[in-house]
Design a protein around this ligand. Structure first.
Ligand code: ZN
Length: 340
């Protein structure tokens, strides 16, 4: 099959489009022909180098495709079935996994991070990772759903325990997580404040359901939040940007408020005003992906049309370098999808 592989870490030039052996499904696996694989910011980190990656490596986390072959033990799927592949790898045996907390498994990793991913034509995966999709959802839409909607769902429901009527600040409306979180917060009848970097992205954010949009290059986020909330602050902040916005995010919280972070796009370290943390009794929570149960839950809303994947642009898989360069410019609104 054709696959994108990296043989060394570095810039877009280390991405090679090449012939590799077809994967063979084990007895407990299915073989999926990949029709679409969506990009995530993780793809850039993987290419630049993360611990735990064995080279050569196939990146790519968000897979949609068709089942082409079943392992001997698999009886509840059939060839030709349209599916998505859960964007994660876990042991499925440890106390965390059998307790339904797959994202706390010691072997947990995102597909395409410490294990080979979906920037290729075929992948063999455990049957437990495969979820059928309705005909109404095309492959590009289906590939654009899993990672970001699962991440945003776990942050808002599993971690921050969102309640109807709360006010939520969502950083970066144009990011995959941002565009998913806006829709999920609206599903809970929350008041949504979000941020974007230009007029076009601000308009798109309003179309997705944001009540207020702050231009994070021209306006001071915490000050605008104070104006919008009449000095009160927000109940929940959805963070994934990191040092560029973290202090502003913390300052936007009301007393007793909760910040949830799932990423650090602008760098790994930040300062924290401890007096703010204790005197306002804030909660700062980490969040990483979500559980299989949460994935099924959020997909139910997507399949019913209540949550919609946002696609920015589709690239042929062989143009992988151009796709990475495009993502690094951060001009997108929503997902970048690769088609093998
Ligand atoms: Zn496990």
């Amino acid at each position: 099959m054709k696959a994108v592989r990296i043989h060394q870490f570095g810039g877009p030039e280390v991405l090679t489009y090449e012939e590799v052996p077809d994967p063979k499904p084990r007895k407990d696996q299915v073989l999926v022909r990949i029709r679409a694989c969506a990009m995530n910011h993780l793809d850039l980190w993987v290419r630049k180098g993360l611990p735990g990656i064995n080279l050569p490596h196939i990146p790519g986390s968000d897979i949609a495709g068709e089942i082409v072959e079943l392992g001997e033990y698999i009886t509840d799927f059939k060839p030709g079935q349209r599916v998505i592949v859960a964007p994660m790898h876990f042991c499925n045996r440890c106390p965390k996994c059998v307790g339904g907390l797959q994202n706390q498994c010691r072997q947990f990793t995102v597909l395409g991070n410490a294990v080979d991913g979906g920037d290729c034509e075929l992948i063999a995966v455990p049957a437990v990772s495969v979820i059928p999709i309705p005909d109404a959802l095309d492959f590009n839409q289906a590939a654009s759903v899993s990672l970001v909607f699962l991440t945003a769902w776990h942050m808002l429901t599993g971690r921050a325990a969102i309640r109807p009527g709360q006010t939520v600040l969502i950083l970066g409306a144009n990011s995959g997580v941002g565009s998913a979180a806006i829709q999920i917060a609206r599903l809970f009848h929350a008041r949504v404040i979000t941020t974007a970097g230009d007029d076009r992205k601000m308009e798109r954010a309003r179309e997705l359901g944001a009540d207020y949009v702050i231009n994070h290059y021209q306006q001071k986020i915490s000050q605008e939040v104070r104006n919008i909330t009449h000095g009160e602050g927000v109940d929940i902040v959805i963070e994934h940007v990191g040092p560029a916005t973290f202090d502003e995010s913390v300052r936007s919280l009301k007393p007793g408020g909760t910040l949830v972070t799932c990423g650090a796009t602008t760098g790994p370290k930040t300062e924290l005003e401890l007096r703010f943390l204790f005197s306002r009794q804030l909660s700062l929570l980490g969040s990483y992906m979500g559980t299989m149960s949460e994935l099924y839950e959020v997909l139910g809303h997507v399949f019913a049309g209540r949550l919609k994947p946002v696609i920015d642009r589709i690239f042929p898989l062989k143009d992988i370098r151009a796709a990475h360069e495009y993502m690094e410019k951060s001009q997108m609104f929503g997902k970048i999808v690769l088609n093998p």
